[in-house]
Ligand binder design. Structure first.
Ligand code: ROI
Length: 167
């Protein structure tokens, strides 16, 4: 079993419902247990600014799926949510990213883990550190100190009854 972290993001449609459904879908993955759920965040878009704010969260799983199978499963969940991507770094219905997969480094054309921009983005770092304060990259670099470097990125916790923190 591998301890993995999935980043969830949406800024098209009913984002909170979409993230909630994605989280339920993660619970239903084979050989997988959800072990942590971050608070929900609302964040200004990284990328073109003429798009809606994003909703973001991070879910921790313990999974028997290998990384490639997990990626395929996440892509299926995105498709089932009617995933739309309008442009590069633009608005999207649902984005599910493997942020960390145990201590593995994966460098494939379609899958890079740890997520290469993980440490540069407040919308990933904040929810990730909420549920795993001591988390580090595979080379041992702690992620908490990076929080200070993303403080210029507008983000705040978003309270919504549909989002319970109970895994
Ligand atoms: N910006 C924010 N705030 N949240 C995201 O999830 C997100 N996802 C993306 C891009 C377009 C880079 N910007 C984002 O893929």
């Amino acid at each position: 079993m591998t301890d993995a972290f999935i980043g969830l993001g949406s800024n098209l449609g009913d984002s909170v419902t979409l993230l909630n459904e994605a989280r339920a879908a993660l619970t239903s993955l084979p050989q997988t247990r959800v072990t942590g759920v971050s608070p929900l965040y609302r964040s200004a878009p990284v990328g073109p600014q003429d798009q809606p704010d994003f909703f973001n969260a991070v879910v921790r799983i313990d999974t028997g799926l290998d990384a490639a199978s997990l990626l395929v499963a996440l892509q299926l969940i995105e498709q089932q949510a009617g995933r739309v991507r309008l442009r590069h770094w633009g608005e999207r219905t649902l984005d599910l990213d493997i942020l960390l997969y145990g201590n593995e480094r994966i460098d494939l054309p379609n899958l890079q883990v740890p997520h290469p921009r993980l440490h540069q983005r407040a919308f990933v770092l904040k929810p990730l550190l909420d549920i795993a304060a001591e988390i580090a990259l595979p080379d041992g670099t702690a992620l908490a100190p990076y929080c200070a470097t993303v403080e210029d990125q507008p983000i705040c916790q978003y309270s919504d009854d549909r989002w319970s923190l109970i895994p």
